[in-house]
Ligand binder design. Structure first.
Ligand code: FAD
Length: 297
């Protein structure tokens, strides 16, 4: 049972021992790549445990993901993880990508099934020679090499899971296949995370379940995306951002306050690892790290 009693906050001068990771997506243009590097350069002094680079639907960013992860490793020395999905690809094709990562010296993978190319929410049909799900993918990666593997977890249940038992069984299969940790889908009400952690403990899943924190850079965009992937938007959150579409300054302040409230409550209750969805931007993440007592070193 998770002890969710609010414990006294750490003294403000005490620096907690936290592990941070930052998720980026591979930029599509030279200009976007410039912004990517600017953001990474600003976030690097926070000494993240690792940064990760997403993989486009159906392998659409295969080369770009590999390039960015390689560049991050060689140019910054930060540990980088490459995301990998198995949707719309044969086992052979996926295994070749894994071997490519291995040849490039990348030993961290975020292993995912991916969403159907027809769109999130459509029925998933595995490639006839492909991995059927993320658990099979994890097992396949482990056969190729001793990678550090992260998988996805869903505090509000994956939309395709028939019920909570099916969802938690699936997470357990991924961990049993060799995953080292799970990173959660975004969530905005911490109670979803605490209830999820109770289920995880009951199932004796003993790896870190790192909360995925999505700062709200653009409420309309993030709430549309959240709904599509099964993350709910609480009414109080909607109210906080209502009417701020044309007021970017207030929007940014509210976004920082909302995310700070979320991470501080998690930290107060014992969470020591955080994964931030950066959207290739740095300022909100820099502010949140400060709230958590982590300054650029
Ligand atoms: P799985 O763990 O395979 O589960 C998918 C569904 O299938 C679940 O409902 C599960 O219960 C069910 N299931 C699995 N196995 C079985 C079985 N044997 N029998 C019955 N049901 C089963 N997407 C991208 O395209 N690129 C990315 O880079 C990316 N990064 C992500 C990073 C994080 C941290 C997260 C949380 C998600 C990310 N996604 C990404 C989205 C992810 O691909 C989708 O959420 C996808 O719908 C599910 O992927 P999964 O790995 O969780 O799948």
């Amino acid at each position: 049972m998770i002890n969710k009693q609010r414990i006294s906050r750490r003294p403000k001068n005490e620096v907690p021992d936290l592990e941070l990771s930052f998720e980026f997506f591979p930029p599509k243009s030279d200009k976007a790549e410039e912004r990517f590097w600017q953001a990474l350069k600003k976030l690097a002094p926070l000494e993240p445990d690792f940064v990760s680079v997403t993989y486009g639907a159906g392998g659409s960013t295969r080369e770009r993901t590999l390039n960015m992860v390689q560049k991050i490793t060689t140019q910054t020395g930060i540990k980088a993880a490459a995301h990998l999905t198995c949707v719309d690809a044969s086992r052979h094709e996926v295994d070749e990508v894994v071997r490519g990562y291995q040849r490039a010296g990348i030993n961290r993978i975020v292993a995912l099934r991916g969403d159907p190319s027809t769109g999130i929410g459509e029925a998933f049909v595995a490639h006839q020679d492909g991995y059927n799900n993320a658990a099979e993918l994890v097992a396949g990666i482990k056969e190729i090499g001793d990678f550090d593997i992260s998988v996805a977890a869903y505090p509000e249940k994956h939309p395709e899971s028939t019920d909570w038992n099916a969802d938690i069984d699936n997470l357990k299969r991924k961990i049993d296949a060799g995953a080292n940790r799970a990173i959660t889908q975004m969530f905005f009400d911490n109670d979803h995370y605490w209830r999820f952690m109770e289920r995880v403990e009951k199932a004796q899943i003993n790896v870190p379940i790192v909360p995925g924190i999505q700062p709200i850079h653009n409420f309309t965009q993030i709430s549309n995306f959240a709904k599509r992937c099964g993350a709910s938007i609480p009414a109080w959150l909607l109210e906080r951002f209502e009417g701020l579409e044309d007021d970017p300054e207030t929007h940014a302040l509210v976004a920082a306050a909302v995310a700070a409230e979320q991470v501080i409550e998690l930290e107060d209750n014992g969470v020591t690892q955080f994964h931030f969805y950066t959207m290739n931007r740095s300022s909100l993440i820099l502010a949140l790290a400060r709230f958590l007592g982590r300054k650029s070193r």
